[in-house]
Design a protein around this ligand. Sequence first.
Ligand code: HEC
Length: 95
Amino acid sequence: ARAVVLCLATALGVALAAALAWRWRRGRWPVLALAGLALGWAPWPPTHLLWAPAVPTSFHRSPTAFAAHSLERGGALYQRHCASCHGADGRGNSA
Ligand code: HEC
């Protein structure tokens, strides 16, 4: 959520900077340079998430809320049922 807010704030700031640069001739280039830096700095979502093809499970919602206790339970279940093949860290290249 924080990354989305930062991206939206950056987009708004860049739009305001563009409007300012259009009106304020003398400060145009520094303002545009700052806007360019802000664009590069913003935590844009990774593009591979946008270009990856969807699979049926892409649209599933978690039946449990995203919470510390569900992560803990999932971690315990993973250790019990999955780690033997996928390894302790889940990379899948051990065991
Ligand atoms: C008996 C060994 C074994 C166990 C136990 C096991 N897996 Fe797997 N898992 C595999 C293998 C082998 C593959 C690769 C199958 C393939 O590519 O056709 C796989 C693939 C997967 C994939 C797909 C990964 C991908 O990149 O497409 C997921 C997700 C997965 N397992 C999750 C789990 C979960 C969650 C558990 C525990 C509930 C689990 N596995 C338990 C052997 C196992």
